[in-house]
Write a protein that binds this ligand. Structure first.
Ligand SMILES: Nc1ncnc2c1ncn2[C@@H]1O[C@H](COP(=O)(O)OP(=O)(O)O)[C@@H](O)[C@H]1O
Ligand SMILES: [Mg+2]
Length: 359
């Protein structure tokens, strides 16, 4: 579990201090795919870099599996970092190395903890020398054979076994990110931090990388933190989301909840921008209907017409697929007559449709 507690990060500068994070509290449970969404400059990269202490927080605690990273010694920090993989928008591959050599790199510099049988002589209780064999934990370099096996496994996982000997310059953006993912997973981390990992990719490639991340989460149980400014990234793979605006987390929760009823202005902007722009300015009474995966939208509209004799005008409609279920917003104009408007609302309540009069 990752716990950020009252985190603050200030970048000092000659023109005055820049407060990049303030009062950030976040809990990320094991096994989650946790999204952090916000506009450019909101503090997302700073936040994610504080998780592995690439940036040292000015105040607050970063607690991973019960251990406060701001308090540990450098050597221990390096050990903990092996458990936290990271990928970036710009891939950050070593251009002079082949794909397999890129993936092998973390294995070359790391030492593996291993339990070996150690045999030694000691004086027994009866004063005689005896030979004992005991398990002992040692740090050893990975052997060539181990590295070869692990690299092959990782390339297979990301679907690039046939590109082992290629150089990064010979790969597409999506393939480069796959290499970066394989490299980030080399040491079997429990956590994977993704800073705008799909922001440099086209929509189709984005989809395939997101599918790969989801598979890594499900198959390997890796907890994934996804930093993005794109809501479609969050809606397609995240279970939970935090919205960050001007250095602060302004709301957080289950994706379905936050995306159905965004509370903060910034979340509304990010999540339903078309809605806000196109509908807010028009006059008359309106309802925003929220579909939560069970209902379809058409029977509702025809139901209002047939059962209540109300013809509703759809001002805005947008449905989305989140985690395999259909979610969506629709804004309808209500009849001017109070009675009919009440009738429509009662009908929607009977159907268990969530709606809001405040857009
Ligand atoms: N190394 C740095 N030195 C000074 N200011 C920085 C540094 N890194 C980021 N900032 C500032 O901190 C704020 C948050 O930046 P960042 O975390 O990169 O946001 P995001 O990733 O959401 O775009 C911005 O105002 C940015 O200019
Ligand atoms: Mg950033």
């Amino acid at each position: 579990m990752i716990e950020l507690r009252d985190l603050k990060k200030v970048y000092p500068s000659k023109e005055g201090d820049v407060v990049a994070l303030e009062r950030v509290d976040l809990t990320i449970e094991d096994g989650a795919i946790y999204g952090i969404i916000g506009l450019s400059g909101a503090g997302k990269s700073t936040l994610v870099r504080c998780i592995n202490l690439l940036e040292k927080p000015t105040e607050g605690r970063v607690v991973i599996d019960g251990e406060d990273l701001t308090k540990v010694k450098r050597k221990r920090l390096l050990e903990i970092r092996k458990n936290i993989g990271m990928i970036f928008q710009s891939f950050n591959l070593l251009e002079q190395r082949t794909v397999e050599a890129n993936v092998r790199f973390p294995l070359e510099i790391a030492r593996a903890r291993k339990t070996v049988e150690k045999t030694y002589k000691r004086k027994g209780a009866d004063g005689k020398k005896e030979t004992v064999t005991e398990p002992k934990e040692v740090c050893v370099r990975y052997s060539r054979g181990e590295m070869r096996g692990r690299v092959a496994e990782l390339l297979e996982l990301v679907g690039l076994s046939d590109k082992a000997k290629a150089y990064p310059s010979q790969l597409s953006g999506g393939q480069k990110q796959r290499v970066a993912i394989a490299r980030a997973l080399a040491l079997n981390p429990k956590y994977l931090l993704c800073d705008e990992a799909t922001s440099a990719l086209d929509p189709n490639t984005t989809t395939s990388i997101l599918e790969l991340l989801r598979e890594i989460n499900r198959r390997l149980g890796v907890t994934i933190i996804v930093i993005t400014h794109e809501m479609r990234v969050v809606e397609s793979i995240c279970s939970e989301v935090a919205v960050i605006d001007q250095s602060r987390i302004v709301e957080s929760g289950k994706v379905a909840d936050v995306f159905s009823f965004p509370k903060s202005e910034i979340a509304k902007e990010l999540i339903i921008p078309g809605l806000i722009r196109s509908v807010k300015s028009t006059g008359g009474k309106k309802l925003r209907l929220v579909f939560n995966g069970e209902e379809a939208d058409t029977p509702i509209i025809s139901g209002l017409a047939l059962r209540c004799g109300i013809s509703v005008n759809i001002l805005y409609a947008d449905t989305k697929n989140i985690d395999g279920k259909t979610y969506g917003h629709m804004v309808i104009a209500l009849p001017e007559e109070e009675e009919k408007a009440e009738l429509a609302k009662r009908h929607l309540k009977e159907l268990n449709i969530n709606f809001k009069e405040e857009l």
